[in-house]
Write a protein that binds this ligand. Sequence first.
Ligand code: RB5
Length: 142
Amino acid sequence: MIAIGSDHGGYALKQEIMKHLKERNIEYKDFGCYDESSCDYPVYARLVTHEVTEGRSDKGILICGTGIGISISANKVPGIRAALCTDCFCAEATRQHNDANVLCLGGRVVGSGLAIKIVDTFLDTPFSEDERHKRRIQQIEQ
Ligand code: RB5
């Protein structure tokens, strides 16, 4: 299960991503927002990250205008490793090295074609399980 959320700046891209997840038969839950009215990205960061930390969703996807505000908010939550990605190299590396559990995107930064490739890369890349990466992730949590 994927938990997905956005503010108004990420709403349009979120619609494209949800359409793609549906086409891939990947289950998701949309935690809002539900239209393009101005709203506050920390609200959606909190809803989605709690789904992940409480084990109801395997991963989260969060989108705001830049991806920055929503990633800062998500990374305040213990146990969340949120990665703001603008390319597939970073999406692959953050799964392999950081075991990132939330992908953040900027709806005003990346087009939907690239964003969908980033989402696929993020969801399809496993954590490397390398000891050095596990050690570093433990250090983040301390
Ligand atoms: C909303 O205008 C915008 O500030 C928000 O979507 C995001 O980019 C913040 O980091």
